[in-house]
Design a protein around this ligand. Structure first.
Ligand SMILES: [Zn+2]
Length: 478
């Protein structure tokens, strides 16, 4: 991607060179680009190609014979006034802002909306590019920060060349332009030396140096729970932006006003949410769940948000203990609405339902109780990041992996909580020494072990089939 950004005119122009491997001998290639951006022309080996446009999709007729196994390139030239974000990062597009000194402060975000809002490419989550060179020409005196590592700066044109060496999901790609100053540190992590770099507005340097001390703390806690940071080669960055923040891979964007909580608020209402900077912890947590392990379809977005919201409690657990983390999870549980399933229909670019955050985190915590082994749970979280390293996944793959780590089959547990909005009700009675119990409001075959106490004596209803919603199951316990 090689573009020039003109904040004065809110205008961009440039090219994207797409290098691809031919999988089938087809002569048509889809490229996505959203209006009002316009394709100026498309070339292959210097020859201009024709294309047919249907909405955001452009079907390019390739003239050169496409032979299976070949590597080819097309160059898409495009320009225009891109869509402007109104409520970044929730709607997406370009945020054309100014800092307090009146200097341009520009950032892109596009989760859900798609990266074709700013770059011509094949806009689908199952298809991650292996690597990417991002070259952005910024106005003189300002700096561009994108993903990966800064390879060089072309002083004459003020063009910044960033290179991402790992697969990257399309919404992770971002352009940030501002009057940035830089500071950084070298972190000793599980995989060796990790460069951690910070780019903040000139006036915020001192505040950032204080607040971003939480970044290495975050790294320590998350490497403990999830395994090595997944992008050592590309470094880790926090980059200040004029919106709240986003999990842009290896250049996590930050706009939380240099304070703890979520814009100063505690989402859990327990006090624990004010012990950390929500955006540093949450958005960086996405490096493991969103950027390392990425959904193929946004309907499965709970895989990003459930695990990442859960990562907040793991951060608390690492520094303040298990009790504190449990309180935090119970706190955010109050925000669950339970009026719709978490997973939405597939193949229509429909994001999972909002409960994926608070309920998603609590589903995972509930599953941890089924596993009932903290070390194994940690190994499972680390195992997920190894098993699906730099991959795109479906929710099913994640569910199956989790299920494989425990005895018994808990497929129905995930179906119940992810695919219905019904909450199981545990009903029981005790009569003449007979303990009768059942779950209601559940799908067929629902199973979930419970720990109970009868007269102070603990019993585990662990591997019993307790799923029949019609009949009371009877078990004699004494
Ligand atoms: Zn998130």
């Amino acid at each position: 991607m090689d573009i020039s950004v003109d904040p004065e005119e809110k205008y961009i122009s440039g090219t994207n060179t797409i290098r691809y491997k031919v999988l089938n001998n087809n002569q048509v290639l889809q490229v996505d680009l959203q209006p009002p951006l316009n394709i100026d022309n498309i070339t292959q080996d210097g020859k201009t190609l024709s294309f047919e446009s249907k909405g955001n999709a452009h079907f390019v007729r390739l003239e050169k014979m496409q032979k299976e196994g070949d590597f080819n390139e097309i160059v898409v030239h495009y320009s225009g006034h891109p869509k402007e974000a109104v409520r970044a990062p929730w709607d997406g597009g370009f945020s054309w802002k100014k800092d307090e000194n009146g200097k341009h402060f520009v950032a892109t975000s596009c989760q859900g909306l798609g990266a074709s809002v700013s770059v011509a490419q094949y806009d689908h989550m199952y298809d991650e590019v292996d690597s990417m060179l991002i070259s952005v020409q910024a106005p003189k005196g300002l700096m561009n920060v994108s993903n990966g590592r800064l390879r060089k700066v072309d002083e004459n044109t003020n063009t910044y060349h960033w290179f991402v060496s790992s697969p990257i999901n399309n919404y992770g790609v971002n352009v940030n332009i501002g009057d940035y100053v830089h500071f950084g540190e070298s972190y000793k992590g599980e995989k060796g030396k990790l460069d951690m770099d910070y780019y903040v507005l000139r006036d915020n340097l001192e505040k950032a140096k204080e607040q971003f001390q939480q970044a290495p703390k975050m790294m320590e806690a998350f490497e403990h729970w999830f395994g090595p940071y997944p992008f050592y080669e590309d470094s880790f960055k926090l980059v200040e932006v004029p919106y709240l923040g986003m999990e842009h891979q290896s250049s996590v964007t930050y706009g939380n006003q240099y304070g703890n909580g979520y814009l100063g608020r505690d989402l859990s209402g327990t006090g624990w949410g004010l012990k950390f900077d929500y955006i540093i912890i949450h958005e960086a947590g996405h490096e493991w769940f969103a950027n390392n392990i990425t959904y193929k379809d946004i309907a499965d977005m709970w895989v990003h948000e459930g695990f990442t919201m859960y990562s907040e409690s793991l951060y608390i657990e690492y520094y303040y203990g298990k009790e504190a983390a449990a309180e935090y999870l119970l706190g955010i549980r109050k925000n669950i609405r339970n009026d719709r399933p978490l997973i939405d229909p597939y193949d229509v670019n429909k994001a999972g339902y909002g409960d994926m955050y608070n309920k998603g985190a609590n589903i995972l915590h509930t599953f941890r109780q089924i596993m009932d082994d903290d070390e194994k749970w940690r190994a499972t979280l680390r195992g997920l990041n190894e098993e699906f390293y730099h991959e795109t996944v479906t929710s099913k793959q994640i569910e199956n992996y989790l299920d494989d780590q425990v005895e018994g089959d808990f497929g129905t547990f995930f179906d119940q909580y992810l695919r219905t909005a019904n909450i199981p009700v545990f009903e029981y009675e005790i009569q003449d020494g007979i303990f009768k119990y059942r779950y209601t409001n559940v799908i067929d075959g629902f199973k979930m072990p419970l720990k109970i106490k009868l007269d102070g004596t603990p019993y585990g209803l662990s591997h019993l089939s307790i799923g029949n919603k019609k009949r009371l199951k009877e078990t004699i316990y004494r």
